[in-house]
Ligand binder design. Structure first.
Ligand code: ADP
Ligand code: MG
Length: 250
């Protein structure tokens, strides 16, 4: 069975260890959530998987169907089927959304084939309608001057156009009002299918009321210290994260 498998992953930045011996198996068809306090290493995990050059991997592996991701360039990782929706999407003035997504799709096609404009725009507009994004956005520069919610919708638009096999959503809920949260969640739920695994990183349980996960993992100081079903998210919400400290110490 297809899966994104992380084994004994340790990584550091500027000599400071962040991830320690982290293991996680995300099978296709499932949605897993990672919750954890600020600074526990959630974004680091997603960036390491996506091939961010600032992090140094000292140990472990991360594979999609046995193919190693660590050490590959971000574009290679992307073409293997991993998509990361950023916690803080960057602004790219001068590159329109339409051209950006089209180039990304083009880069995935065999040589000699090109994205067909008519089909492309049809699909793009459909997806934009689904996630409640005005069609005028296609001509705007990527994330340039976007509100927090608009940036997050734009991440979901890219994700749904690229059809990745594994998606990581890093705090896609942060900065969203309740309507945007619902629409973005619907967009993610539409992508749930037996062939795709989705990892939702969040600080709050609220998102998980919309995107109901198959499993919940708790991250603490660079490790997964607790895993459970969706009830664990509710428990964290009511008890906060402090009890995890006692749990880890025990
Ligand atoms: P989370 O996403 O769970 O809030 P992060 O992965 O962003 O946590 O951060 C984990 C730890 O790594 C924090 O202590 C943070 O300060 C540190 N860290 C992240 N990026 C850098 C960096 N570029 N330089 C130094 N420390 C960093
Ligand atoms: Mg983070």
């Amino acid at each position: 069975m297809s899966s994104l498998q992380i084994e004994n992953l340790s990584a550091s930045i500027n000599g400071k260890p962040i991830l320690e011996n982290l293991s996680l198996d995300l099978p296709a068809g499932e949605v897993h959530a990672i919750m954890g306090p600020n600074g526990s290493g959630k974004s680091t995990l997603s960036k390491v998987l996506a091939g961010h050059p600032d992090f140094e991997v000292s140990e472990g592996s991360a594979t999609i169907d046995g193919q190693e991701l660590l050490g590959l360039e971000p574009d290679e990782i992307s073409r293997l089927g991993l998509f990361l929706a950023f916690q803080y999407p960057i602004e790219v003035p001068g590159v329109s959304i339409a051209n950006f997504i089209r180039s990304a799709l083009q880069a995935r096609m065999p040589e000699g084939e090109t994205v067909k404009a008519v089909d492309y725009y049809k699909e793009l507009y459909e997806k934009m309608d689904e996630i409640g994004m005005d069609r005028k956005f296609t001509a705007r520069s990527l994330n340039d001057g976007f509100s927090g919610g608009e940036k997050k919708r734009c991440e979901i638009l890219q994700m749904s156009m690229l059809n990745p096999r594994y998606c990581i959503l890093d705090e896609t809920d942060s900065g969203l009002d309740i309507d945007a949260l619902r629409e973005v969640s619907l967009g993610v739920n539409r992508m749930r299918c037996p062939e795709r695994g989705i990892l939702v990183i969040t600080h709050y349980q609220r998102l998980l009321e919309y995107i109901v996960p198959d499993k919940v993992h708790v991250m603490w100081e660079g490790k997964i210290v607790l895993s459970g079903d969706k009830e664990l998210a509710a428990e964290l919400e009511s008890k906060g994260y402090d009890w995890i400290r006692d749990e880890v110490a025990a």
